[in-house]
Design a protein around this ligand. Structure first.
Ligand code: AHM
Ligand code: MG
Length: 338
């Protein structure tokens, strides 16, 4: 390897966060510290996922979580790692986790100003097969004096200060976006133990003929959804049908969609009238990433996903997210049906 091909000026997540902090005159460093705790959670979850088959961490934990899903051993470990990282960083007052029925208030930190919602291991039905899963997070800033009760986080996605996800795939990929703009992607270098900026300023392609949806639910779909998906498969004279890609891990399906373009959907249907995916820690954070990358995200009522306000911390929503022109087609077809 020639010395010229070695990058000696790597942008690590730590460096990236420091440079972001400098840009914000009013920043106290609290957000940066919170992100350091987040990245530690991602690294440790990534480590255990990769070891799982070897150290007997596959399979069920033997209990169901807050929302009735069977919990996997790794769901429990991921949740504990995440909670511990958030608790110990001293900057988080309130935490919502998919695996916890109630929100958790960290009373030991009276001055902590952040609230975090997370799905520690999303797509865990894929875990035992070694298929990609991920952690999704959203971060809110609490007003001064907030008590850290659930009402503090029952807010629309437009109130988030940052959101993102880490996909545990062939490598761990961290994607983060902040209120002020861009979407940046980092790859975990296991040798350095650092997330390295590998995908600066990510932009989703304006269109792409790929759709990602669980078609096993099509029996239950509403008319506009049926018509939309059928239109992709049977484009009519001379048209080329779309490719289907569905992993069944939102993080992996969304990450591919972000990179390649296309659409990911989990619509509300007759069986799940409120949809399947959760607003606070699945739909809203992904919507922020997609919008900030130039894409769109709407719910099954064709409202902007980021404006949907959850009533309860585990509320669900239908979702369509992806390339601007692909989501626009969904909007157009629903409009026609009104
Ligand atoms: P989980 O949080 O229990 O893992 O469920 C969420 C997952 C998403 O990652 C994925 O998009 C969806 O459920 C897949 O659902 P289905 O198996 O119904 O297609
Ligand atoms: Mg989930």
């Amino acid at each position: 390897v020639g010395k010229d091909s070695i990058n000696t000026n790597i942008i690590t997540l730590t460096r990236f966060l420091t440079e972001e902090q400098v840009k914000h005159k009013e920043a106290t460093g609290d957000f940066t510290l919170l992100c350091h705790a987040l990245q530690f959670a991602f690294k440790s979850i990534s480590f255990y996922i990769r070891r799982a088959t070897l150290v007997n961490l596959t399979g069920l934990a033997g209990q169901a979580n807050a929302t009735g899903d069977d919990q996997k051993k790794l769901d429990v470990i991921g949740n504990d790692l995440f909670i511990s990282a958030m608790r110990s960083c001293g900057r988080v007052k309130l935490l919502v986790s998919e695996e916890e029925e109630e929100c958790i208030t960290f009373d030991e930190w009276p001055n902590a100003r952040y609230a975090v919602a997370c799905d520690p291991i999303d797509g865990s039905s894929n875990l035992d097969a070694g298929v990609s899963v991920g952690t999704i997070f959203s971060i809110f800033k609490l007003p001064k004096g907030a008590k850290g009760v659930k009402e503090d986080i029952l807010k629309p996605g437009t109130e988030m200060v940052a959101s993102g996800f880490t996909m545990y795939g062939a490598s761990a990929q961290l994607v983060i976006t902040m209120k002020s703009g861009g979407v940046n992607g980092f790859t975990l270098d296991n040798n350095f133990g650092e997330f390295i900026l590998t995908h600066p300023d990510m932009r989703i392609p304006k269109k792409r003929a790929i759709y990602s949806v669980n078609e096993g639910n099509s029996l239950y779909w509403e008319e506009p959804v049926k018509e939309y998906i059928n239109g992709l498969k049977y484009p009519g004279e001379g048209g080329k049908p779309y490719s289907a890609r569905y992993i069944g891990s939102m993080v992996a399906d969304a990450y591919r969609t972000l990179l390649y373009g296309g659409i990911f959907a989990y619509p509300a249907d007759k069986k799940s009238p409120k949809g399947k995916l959760r607003i606070l820690y699945e739909c809203a954070p992904m919507a922020m990433v997609f919008e900030n990358a130039g894409g769109l995200a709407v719910d099954s009522n064709m409202n902007r996903m980021l404006e949907v306000v959850p009533e309860h911390i585990h509320d669900r929503s239908g979702i369509f997210l992806g390339s601007e022109q692909e989501v626009q087609k969904v909007l157009d077809i629903h409009k026609k049906h009104q």
